[in-house]
Write a protein that binds this ligand. Structure first.
Ligand code: AHR
Length: 505
């Protein structure tokens, strides 16, 4: 039996709601079909945005949305996506399937979507193939309230008031698809480009995000930080609010290389290998953060994990450039484990965006025509929403079994605990075993007797269980009843292969 000790008198850090963020790129059927169907579609929509999808995302409490990419961001020229739709430029989406991008979803549509979702906005600018002027004018177009060429253009295009850009990414993966740059070169470009990302409204400053590393590329982090902080004059304070990190979990191995493999057809060994690889994100967060500490010991610069999740083969018969993959209980566990890790490191991790929102990679929603299904990953985000803007409580596990297969051993249980502004404690627990339940004794250090379980939910299923358009409710969030009160707290039986959320009041 494992034991979870919760010190409910000690909060450690604030869990920014943006840790539960999402990413939407002009890639496959994420934007078009997934989110945006246009005003003339038969699919019920408001100003072109799918009603069913918006409703589901609001229910999940989506806190922030990143757009327009990804690799697409560094070849996106924002002026192609404004003005009358019929005269917007058509371009080739060279990264993603070589399809025609008609730019019918652009800046105005993105802000309209975020308005409907009630979420914060994260725009990713173009450093790879765009100019400083283009980036600077985009920020002026979106945020300047007054008379200026770009503010006037925005008004001509029908939007009088400026919008709020909460976060702005200065390039994406500039070590790769965003220009194949060396870190020192990018560091210098970051210094220059960010200078012209102006804060027109001091009451709503734009948080600037510098392009960070891929996975365990610590060299990139070291060099970019050194370059950005070299002779950084006083007036550059606030020049970097976040540094990104991208990490994808590739489940399989061929000739010692990590590869994708099927989203739904995998062995027990691959199950544990995938979860082990997912858990690696903790080491990445800690080691990149240690490098950031050298320049930012007070942790004012957030780590922004703005792309993470499982990356598998596409579903058979679909366009390989569209990255459409199914989503099983394995995805649910990777999501649960990762979000617990982010909560635990919320002193440094200030935002994270799972890739991607709909119909691409590890999505929370899949669509087919007018049909929509919620994936097991959706259930996890929905249950974990109670951690948003709560305070992380000091908690730790004892006597946890190490399970798995010979080369792929992992802890059986994972947890994180928070307390919200009303004093409600949220405990999220994962059982990574595909064959065995686990009893967990939960001990609260203070006033255990006064707490009652006010909500208990979980998601479970066979390791490759998933929802389809014919069977949309194979894997759904349900009420959880396998717990009993004890004098110190609770005794809980976690079903095998499950993600559980308990709330105590
Ligand atoms: O999410 C898919 C792609 O993965 C993104 O466009 C890119 O940033 C990353 O390599």
């Amino acid at each position: 039996m494992a034991k979870l000790l919760i010190n409910n008198e000690q909060t450690l850090s604030h869990i920014n709601r943006e840790i539960y963020g999402h990413f939407s790129e002009h890639l496959g059927r994420c934007i078009y079909e997934g989110l945006y169907v246009g005003e003339n579609s038969d699919i019920p929509n408001v100003n072109g945005m799918r009603k069913d999808v918006v409703e589901a995302l609001k229910e999940m409490q989506i806190p922030v949305l990143r757009w327009p990419g990804g690799c697409f961001a560094d070849e996106y020229h924002w002026k192609d996506g404004i003005g009358p739709k019929e005269s917007r430029k058509k371009m080739i989406n060279t990264h993603w399937g070589g399809v025609v991008e008609d730019n019918s979803f652009g800046t105005h549509e993105f802000f309209e979507l975020c308005r409907q979702l009630g979420c914060k906005t994260y725009i990713n600018g173009n450093v790879g193939s765009g100019t400083v002027q283009e980036m600077s004018e985009w920020v002026e177009y979106m945020t300047f309230n007054g008379v200026s060429p770009m503010a006037d253009l925005r008004k001509e295009n029908g939007h009088e008031a400026p919008w709020t850009v909460d976060y702005f990414g200065v390039g994406n993966e500039n070590w790769g698809c965003g220009g194949n740059m060396r870190p020192v070169h990018y560091g210098d470009l970051y210094r220059r480009y960010q200078t012209y990302v102006r804060n027109y409204d001091p009451k709503k400053p734009v948080s600037k995000i510098c392009c960070g590393a891929n996975s365990d590329d610590y060299h990139w982090t070291s060099e970019v930080m050194a370059t950005c902080f070299d002779h950084a004059p006083e007036h550059m304070h606030g020049f970097m609010d976040g540094l990104s990190l991208h990490y994808y979990t590739l489940p399989e191995t061929v000739d010692d290389w990590m590869v994708k493999g099927s989203a739904t057809d995998f062995t027990e060994d691959i199950w544990y290998q995938t979860l082990k690889r997912g858990l690696k994100i903790e080491e990445l967060v800690e080691r990149h953060s240690a490098i950031m500490d050298q320049y930012d010991p007070e942790k004012k610069i957030g780590m922004i994990v703005d792309e993470w999740g499982i990356w598998t083969d596409v579903e058979p018969g679909t366009n390989p450039g569209f990255l459409y993959q199914q989503n099983t209980m394995r995805d649910a566990l990777v999501a649960g484990l990762t979000l617990n890790i982010f909560n635990k490191h919320s002193d440094r991790v200030k935002m994270a965006c799972i890739a991607q929102l709909i119909n691409v990679l590890q999505s929370v929603i899949l669509t087919e025509g007018d049909k929509m299904i919620k994936t097991p990953t959706y259930a996890v985000f929905h249950m974990y929403r109670h951690h948003q803007d709560a305070e992380l409580l000091n908690s730790s596990l004892m006597d946890v079994d190490i399970i798995g297969t010979e080369d792929n051993e992992i802890p059986k249980i994972s947890e994180s605990v928070s307390v919200d502004k009303d004093g409600v404690i949220t405990i999220t627990l994962n059982n990574t075993s595909i064959s065995e339940d686990e009893v967990v004794e939960i001990v609260l250090t203070k006033d255990a007797a006064k707490y009652q379980v006010c909500e208990a939910r979980y998601v479970t299923g066979a390791m490759n269980a998933h929802n389809t358009f014919d069977e949309p409710e194979n894997v759904v969030e349900q009420d959880f009843t396998c717990f009993e009160k004890t004098s110190d707290g609770l005794k809980v039986t976690l079903p095998k292969c499950s993600v559980v959320c308990l709330r105590l009041k």
